[in-house]
Design a protein around this ligand. Structure first.
Ligand code: SF4
Length: 101
């Protein structure tokens, strides 16, 4: 039989672990431009350094900060397309999708 005490002892560590996981995500490593996933998508920390000949879809003003996949409001935010690592708000990659609204 599960007592209330046993139930709490089970739930609390699970909640603590969940907090740790979300904490890790908030402090995710910054992606390296040489990371294979970053290279594959032509990611640059500075959107103005994007190879416009190779990526003609790039338009000035398009940056991670206004991309649909960008998770964050600061200078760096998590991008699920680059392994959940942090990308620069001023960066850009070829998977860019303008944020709606
Ligand atoms: Fe930046 Fe969007 Fe590319 Fe992610 S998908 S790296 S947020 S442009």
């Amino acid at each position: 039989m599960t007592t209330r005490r046993q139930f709490i002892m089970t739930i609390v560590p699970a909640a603590a672990a969940f907090g740790a996981v979300t904490g890790v995500q908030a402090q995710a490593a910054k992606v390296d431009e040489k990371d294979p996933a970053a290279v594959g998508l032509g990611y640059k920390h500075d959107a103005t350094k994007v190879d416009a000949k190779k990526y003609p879809q790039y338009k000035a003003g398009n940056t991670c900060g206004n991309c649909q996949f960008y998770q964050g409001k600061d200078a760096w935010g998590v991008c699920p397309l680059l392994g959940g690592k942090q990308v620069a708000a001023k960066g850009w990659c070829s998977a860019y999708v303008k944020k709606a609204g």
